[in-house]
Design a binder for this molecule. Structure first.
Ligand code: SF4
Length: 415
């Protein structure tokens, strides 16, 4: 596919950083900015505590030291009981100085404006900015950026662009809610875990049955195919084929969803969009089939352009169970390189004779056999496990922090 690209400002690539390792991975593979947050105040963040207090400070410093911007999420809908802790968090962020804070609650917005006017504020997609007046409302209040609602079409984005000078950010890749931009109580009702407090259990994707009112306990299965039903489950968003159109509509930042996803996903998706964005600067935009192959490697529910082009009668927005499998699994991370030998931290079992790939520039799709490996004591080993550190020779082009992964067959077994 070839698309003409006008003279344009190259948008930012904004990646999820669910924990420190994902932060490092996103930066390694070319993110311009990352979003992360203290789990007490952010939606869909990680729960490991990597970004509480000192960890958050360390993350901001790490990114800043590499020229990467950090946006800290504080996008829960707080109750009165949460306000004292948020006051402390604001004081903490004044010292840490992230490049912006992402939030959606108007009260919290005003708390930041009063207590920390020097901190730039981005209005979260949870605030559901869907029209020009709403955009102007936030502009008048002093916001710097809008993370637009995922329910907008390309045309609506362009209209908002014309009327406001705020930066505009949109999601270009990842899971999407079946409900309106996360305003959802399914998880709260069914699992007592509120999506609006960042604890969604993805309940919309569970398998459901039908019960007739007068026959409680008699579950009537609902089948769409032999895997069950997906009546409330959306496909995943992928806009890689339409990045120039988004630039033309006036988007400043391309956001990737997925703070809860693994480093394999973060690495592959960030690397792919980095290449795509960089290639736009050449004057024409051509979708490289390799990008599509890479994006199809991660478990996905089939891809959609969601609402960007309005509702296409021939596009099935709802997941139909057709594609939902992983074609590669993470083997490990390259911790260091000396000569042609890599020191690799394993995240999975690795056996001599296994065939692996390296997510390294120029080596995409090439498969290499592990002929031999040694452990940290220098002893030859035939097999090593998750958590072990091993040494083996790697091809030219493999770098520190690159991922090693293993192709799987259609049944999810090693090839
Ligand atoms: S249950 Fe589904 S629709 Fe609701 S917030 Fe979670 S992912 Fe979104």
């Amino acid at each position: 596919m070839f698309l003409a690209v006008q003279e344009m400002k190259v948008p930012e690539l904004l990646a999820p950083a669910g924990d420190f390792e994902k932060l490092r991975t996103a930066i390694h593979y070319g993110a311009d900015a990352v979003y992360l947050g203290d789990p007490r105040f952010s939606l869909r963040g990680n729960r490991t505590g990597d970004f509480v207090d000192a960890g958050l400070r360390e993350a901001v410093l790490y990114a800043r030291g590499r020229g990467v911007r950090t946006y800290v999420t504080a996008n829960i809908f707080p109750h009165n009981r949460d306000l004292p802790a948020l006051e402390e968090h604001i004081e903490f962020l004044k010292v840490v100085r992230p490049d912006a804070v992402i939030l959606s609650d108007p009260g919290l917005f005003m708390m930041f404006r009063k207590r920390a006017p020097e901190i730039a504020l981005h209005v979260s997609t949870q605030a559901n900015v869907t029209n020009v007046e709403s955009a102007l409302f936030w502009e008048d209040l002093g916001a710097e950026r809008l993370v637009l609602s995922r329910e907008l079409s390309m045309e609506e984005i362009a209209e908002i662009r014309l009327k406001t000078s705020l930066e505009l950010e949109v999601f270009v890749h990842g899971s999407i809610c079946i409900s309106y931009s996360g305003r959802c109580y399914i998880s709260s009702f069914l699992a007592s875990r509120s999506a609006n407090m960042g604890r969604c259990t993805n309940s919309c994707r569970w398998s459901y049955a039908l019960v007739e009112e007068k026959r409680p306990g008699d579950f009537l299965p609902v089948f769409e195919d032999d895997r069950g039903t997906y009546i409330m489950s959306s496909k995943d968003l992928c806009m890689i084929a339409h990045l120039p159109a988004l630039v033309e509509a006036g988007v400043d930042s391309f956001k990737i969803e997925g703070r809860m996803k693994g480093i394999n996903y973060v690495a592959g998706v960030v690397k792919t969009y980095r290449e795509a964005i960089d290639s736009m600067q050449g004057g024409t935009y051509r979708v490289n089939p390799r990008w599509l192959r890479e994006l199809s490697m991660f478990s996905n529910r089939g891809y959609t352009t969601a609402m960007f082009f309005g509702r296409h009668p021939d596009e099935d927005y709802n997941f139909n169970g057709g594609i939902y499998r992983m074609s590669h699994e993470l083997v490990g991370i390259v911790l260091g390189i000396e000569g042609d030998t890599a020191r690799v931290g394993l995240r999975n079992r690795l056996d001599r004779g296994d065939r692996v790939e390296y997510l390294s520039p120029g080596l995409e799709g090439a498969v290499f056999e592990i002929d031999s490996m040694v452990d940290e004591e220098g002893a030859d080993v035939c097999s090593a496990r998750n958590g072990d550190v091993v040494f083996f020779s790697v091809p030219d082009g493999v770098r520190r922090n690159d991922l090693v992964r293993r192709p799987l067959d259609r049944g999810g077994e090693r090839k």
